[in-house]
Design a protein around this ligand. Sequence first.
Ligand code: 6R9
Length: 600
Amino acid sequence: MNALWVAPVMPDYDSARATFSWRRERSRLAGLPDGGINIGYEAVDRHLREGHGERAALRCIARDGSTQTVTFTRLAAESSRFAHVLETLGIERGERVFTLLGRRFELYSTVLGTLRAGRVLCPLFTAFGPEPVALRMELGNARALVTTRELYERKVAPVRSRLPHLRHVLLLDPGADPPPDTLSLPALTSAAPVEYTVGPTDPAEPALLHFTSGTTGTPKGAIHVHEAVLAHHVTAAYALDLHEGDVFWCTADPGWVTGMSYGIVAPLTHGVTTVVDEGDFAPARWYGILADQHVTVWYTAPTALRMLMRAAPRSGDATPATRHDLSALRFVASVGEPLNPEAVHWGREALGLPVHDTWWQTETGAIMIANFAADPVRPGSMGRPLPGIEAAVLACGEDGRALVTGGRVQSLQEPGAQGELALRAGWPSMFRGYLHEPSRYEACFADGWYMTGDLVSRDADGWYWFVGRADDVIKSAGHLIGPFEVESALMEHPAVAEAGVIGRPDPLAGAIVKAFVLPRPEYPPGTSLQREIMAFARRRLGPAVAPREIEFVEDLPHTRSGKVMRRLLKARELGLPEGDVSTLETPEPAGTAGMSGKEP
Ligand code: 6R9
């Protein structure tokens, strides 16, 4: 029997890299009896098998602050019940189960029940409006959806007719007079047995589907397989310093890949206690959770850190760290957008710890580049490739993407040279396809490299510095937003002839969504039309995706092929020269110098 992962005293970077092999790390997993790998099994079953069922798996905090501790035994029982429900409902292996749920216990039992049963899970953002919800469920061929009554009525019922393949809607709280065509999850689970045996699972079987946004077309459905769990597990040890006995808090939304890989999977595989907070961000609430729950390892995002920085008292006042007892906190890491050096320094002062940056993507499934736990942090740098990960900086062509000539790419060796970040294909959590779009997937690879679409440079010591994105995708408060999806929704409004959407730099969120709208001649532009279109977009797209600013324009710049030139719109917005728009991706937001990494 394999012992629980007990991280050795953290090895230094060079020796960890030199001795690392994915094959050897495979022995960290329990593995299924027949040699298969199942994420749910690693997260739940192994702890029971190893006699740790009574350990606290989750500490769930409700909006009102009341807390509930969930043991691995209970998590196993409730996820087993859900697995049986899926079988009873006739949902086949490989079919997709969607969640539209906040951070609460039922999210965990649903996700783990789905994975243990070999069905594929796809989480959605609760902040999405009906349009993004419907589009993703259509593309993903959702067979079942687990949600609350309130979310169902607001976001799914209006679009249900577009989803003929959605056979079952399971409501956590159906109430006395449930909406038509829904089922009661509690009624179904309470009738189901609490034991479930995970069946044979091929390591390459699909497990998770995560939608992410591109510059054009529909959202991309990144497919991840069961053996990804190896990368979730190992990277959490190296990049997040997770050890047995830790209390871990990942603040990410469950609709985002971070909320899955590190909000659910990685900490459970380590057998540590995961804090699950249903509430929204509020500085007092967050400091309170860090202190009261004795959080030891904290994984959050730059926008949240900047909001805490803003809420911090004037210098000379007591710091949050002195007003709240944060002495249990040992490690803090961040992901999703550039981590400004100020946030690293602030961490040292306010939390007593530097913030460790980590870089990865929906497609990579797990952390790839990080300020390695055993190393001193370099403020402004994303860090170095983790053990088992090989990275390169590729020479780019005029379009700002890696140049592929005759199937070959050119890796830049010169320190400080800027190019597209690429990763040697083949790590366990690498996505295995974009749903229904094989050519879009293949276009991400050349010469054995996965090309990330991010521009970076590498210094003489091998540390990576984020420069910007090579495409028009917007990162707002850590979340990717596809400008095309927003433009399409805006154009459904009768007054909108055409729209161009960009990310406008914002000191807090990194970027906010701004739309340039060309109104139809019969609609005079003005504040009331602006407000109406804004409200329309919010209803359809939800607050996380809808534009925060709308500006009416008399014309929109186009490329020769007729596409709106978002880069030019952005250049004009920022008052930059219009000629050279290739380097515009991460201008410094006002008041936060050094948002993008700069060479020291
Ligand atoms: C996990 C996640 C991926 C994109 C990525 C990059 C940006 C992520 C970053 C970062 C600078 C970091 N990004 N981490 N930029 N520094 N530490 O974020 O996945 O939502 O798919 O976004 O986010 O542009 O390509 P995803």
